[in-house]
Design a protein around this ligand. Sequence first.
Ligand code: SAM
Length: 465
Amino acid sequence: MSTYLPPALLAGLRGLPGYNEEAFLQVHASGERVTSLRLNPAKVHNVAEAAQVLQSLSAAPVSPVPWSQYGYYLPQRPSFTLDPFFHAGAYYVQEASSMFLEHAIRQTCDLSQPLKVLDLCAAPGGKSTLLQALFSADSLLVSNEVIRARAGLLADNISRWGAQNVVVTNNDPRDMGRLPGFFDVLVVDAPCSGSGLFRRDPEAVEEWSPENVTLCSQRQQRILADAWPALKENGVLIYSTCSYSKEEDEAILDWLSTELEAENIPLQVPADWHIVTTRSDKRNCEGYRFYPDQVMGEGFFIACFRKTSADPVVSRKLKDTLPALSKKEQEKVFPWLNTTAEMFLMEHQGDAIILPASLAPAVAVLQQQLYLRKAGVKAGQLTAKDLVPDHQLAMSTLLAANIPQVALNKAQALQYLRKEDPAVPTGVKGWALMVYEQMPLGWAKILPNRINNYYPKELRILKEV
Ligand code: SAM
């Protein structure tokens, strides 16, 4: 298979550090596909469980992604859709180069501290799930996506990941200006011209043009300028793209360093990872280029900055409390949870929402300034008598261990995920978790003669085997 690469793109890359045109063209013509995923440490707890998940995807040995603790390359691409572990949130399928965000975060942030982190351009959620697994449980991750439909997809992926310390918002970057100095860390994985993914997606080449690169570069500056006030003094900005173009990479570093009070943070990168260090023309800011002929991954660019100034804080007193569930309503939720300590139970339009108590004041502030698509974990809908559990609760790591379970084999799990009746003898009645290899997939209500499948319709598998 050959991939036509636009001459104007290649012309722009000549002379850039690490660019080797012959090898670059060859790797694009090869049609080689790299498949990688990142395990979810909240659901895959140890080496034995990791081996079980990985072996179910690949009989041949997998190899670790050098810059990611939970990242693995698979020798072939399996059907993730037909893997119940995927639907259980055991892993996220993510391009390997972009997992380098982990290395950047480890070198620039104090992971022992509770931090407020904004992932500004977050859908479908690759970087957000990585960030959630990295920061401490008492940190707050705000995962934002401006495009409404994509924010829905992001919310689904965050729910599947199962964490309670994430808020999904659906806002324009300029809305972040309402939260001056709120965040310790700002991740901008910017929309870009996408040349870094041409090997994987040759059709995308058609949409590339020098004019679009210019438009992307201008949009990247606008996004950064809009969100910048939300970062506190000494806060860390991580900027990344999947474009090779200098206008979207090194030139943006120069712009950040000139126009915003942003100080570049160089990273230590082992030479045997074959990631290319590059420097911007004017301000000598360091960034890191990933070329697919040199790393096992697609094209990627990343750089880190520290904010050296504080923006004036507009003193507007915001409420820092949320509507708590009454004691009586809380009693309906507690039996479903493995811990009630440190959790705040909130009422929202008849639903019970679980948040870490330490994060509730910050979520209250966010609620007044942004459009919250999802916050914490929805436990379920409160009825006069009890709770109708939500799918988010089934996916969450807060579930009580004594909830009735129905163990499914792979074929039954796929039937359940297609929203069919898996017709298994259950021995239980009422609400039960449908589990595959001990991992919850969702809810079912067990009646004397049948099982009511409560798997969300919009998530069901449509693909045939
Ligand atoms: N970080 C994501 C991940 O790792 O899964 C990928 C993000 S993708 C490179 C860029 C995102 O920016 C897209 O979801 C896109 O919808 C969003 N976007 C597009 N235009 C935008 C804008 N003007 N401001 C902010 N985000 C925008």
